[in-house]
Design a protein around this ligand. Structure first.
Ligand SMILES: [Zn+2]
Length: 251
């Protein structure tokens, strides 16, 4: 059993001493870092592969590369804007649902067959519980539920969009979809933890990419502590149904 970590930034506390490998997939090449963190085998993926913006990420290649590397559990990390006044900058959110407002991505491995995977609970409950327990143990400010609204990018949201989104979602980001969907199609467990870096446009006066970057740097340590603890909790035995997601999905 290998654990995949997906992040937009390298997390050196986890990946120190890891080996760089390149995996060839039918969708393109993907660079990964592989190694051990304590007694767990880890495959680390920087989803941006260099510096690709969210709307140009090759999500199919990324998820396929993890699958080919024998990953069966994914912990994904991303930064988000908060739409919910209760989620202040610096809070962690472990999403339990999503809304997809992306527009121009490839969303499925199944373009030639009628496979419709169940998304009633898009995030693996087993990985979610591990992330919740890790946040509790480390006493970080977090919310154990939240609806993630995915936008296409590269631009940030308008005020009118934020008004609309705020009625239905708690956080907004650009990378979780289709990642979570593709992981389910490959029958991998996928859970995410998101760091709220700012209140979204219209809720807070101004935002800059620089601000978000600075904020992330301040929070790096706690992020790697959460991931480090969560990794150690992942065991092979679990009671979720992610590993048989395709069983009843074919028409
Ligand atoms: Zn699962």
């Amino acid at each position: 059993m290998k654990i995949g970590i997906i992040s937009g930034h390298e997390i050196i506390e986890i990946t120190r001493g890891f080996e760089e490998i390149t995996v060839e997939t039918r969708y393109g090449k993907v660079d990964l870092l592989v190694g051990n963190y304590k007694d767990k085998e880890i495959v680390f993926l920087n989803r941006h592969q260099g510096n690709l913006p969210p709307h140009r990420i090759n999500y199919l290649a990324n998820i396929e590369a993890l699958k080919l590397s024998k990953v069966d559990s994914i912990i994904s990390f991303g930064t988000v804007g908060s739409l919910n006044p209760k989620i202040k900058p610096g809070f962690m959110v472990i999403p339990d649902d999503f809304i997809d407002f992306t527009k121009n991505r490839r969303y499925s491995f199944f373009d030639d067959s009628r496979i419709h995977i169940d998304m009633t609970d898009p995030f693996c409950p087993y990985i979610r519980k591990i992330l919740i327990d890790s946040c509790k143990e480390l006493e970080v400010d977090f919310q154990e539920r939240g609806v993630y609204l995915a936008t296409e990018g590269a631009r940030l949201e308008t005020k009118a969009e934020i008004r609309l989104f705020s009625d239905y979602a708690d956080i907004v980001g650009m990378t979780l979809v289709p990642e979570v969907v593709l992981a389910r199609e490959k029958e991998m467990c996928y859970g995410a933890i998101c760091l709220a870096c700012n209140m979204a446009a219209g809720i807070q006066d101004s935002l800059s990419a620089e601000e978000i970057k600075r904020f992330f740097n301040e929070k790096k340590k706690i992020m790697s502590d959460i991931l480090g603890l969560a990794i150690l909790k992942v065991e092979n035995e679990r009671n979720c149904r992610c590993r048989e997601a395709l069983k009843e999905a074919k028409l």
